[in-house]
Design a protein around this ligand. Structure first.
Ligand SMILES: [Zn+2]
Length: 220
């Protein structure tokens, strides 16, 4: 366990292109030259934006039915937005990494990551999630859940700005035909399907399932 955590921390501290080989990682795409940028994490700076105590993040965790004690946040300059499976002595199961440079813009992208935690909980981990859906459906599912979060608890924020900030979670590469997050149009459609979804009385996990079964096909 300790070894796993040490390896994870080492990865977070020293790797810039974090996700390509990580088993429990979502959001593998890095944009252009930024993939080679060094990550500068200060020792002891674990959650510089204090997302653990952020009101919006906590409201969304409650909406999504997530236990806050199972999630830890790790931010530093240049770090990407990703969700990892982890195992530490505090009992956390997931580590969400974020770029501290994004400041308040990080909120929307981290909410996309919380959508991944909903998926991982519901489908029983990354391997079974990936067996069930291709990456693009997983990513658009997280954008859809961010739309649900926007509609139900964050709707005083500017819709357009929030929608754009979600895209910090994974970068769109125009030249790539293998982009795992979907192009901006697909991402906007998935997010807006969440914002304007009328079936809002179910759990986040059930809404996500409904997205995959009935809504995803509407995205063009
Ligand atoms: Zn993602």
């Amino acid at each position: 366990m300790l070894k796993l955590l040490s390896a994870l921390v080492a990865t977070l501290l020293f790797a810039s292109s974090l996700c390509a080989e990580e088993l429990f990682c979502l959001n593998a795409i890095e944009k252009g030259d930024q993939g080679a940028r060094p990550v500068r994490c200060r020792v002891g700076e674990t959650d510089p934006l204090n997302l653990k105590n952020n009101t919006d993040i906590n409201s969304v965790m409650e909406l999504f039915g997530l236990d806050p004690t199972t999630i830890v946040f790790k931010g530093c300059e240049g770090l990407g937005f990703h969700t990892y499976g982890t195992a530490d002595s505090s009992g956390a199961k997931y580590l969400i990494s974020y770029s501290s440079e994004a400041n308040e813009k990080a909120i929307a992208a981290v909410i996309h990551e919380l959508g991944h935690v909903v998926q991982l909980n519901y489908y029983g981990g990354y391997a079974s999630l990936l067996k069930r859906y291709p990456s693009i459906r997983i990513e658009l599912g997280a954008d859809y859940l961010a739309g649900i979060a926007y509609k139900l608890v964050l709707n005083e924020k500017d819709l357009k700005g929030f929608e754009q900030n979600i895209e910090l979670a994974g970068s769109y590469m125009p030249s790539s035909i293998n982009d795992e997050h979907g192009n901006p149009s697909k991402r906007n459609q998935a997010f807006r399907l969440g914002v304007f979804d009328e079936s809002n009385s179910q759990s986040a996990a059930k809404l996500h399932q409904n997205f995959q079964d009935n809504r995803y096909a509407r995205i063009q």
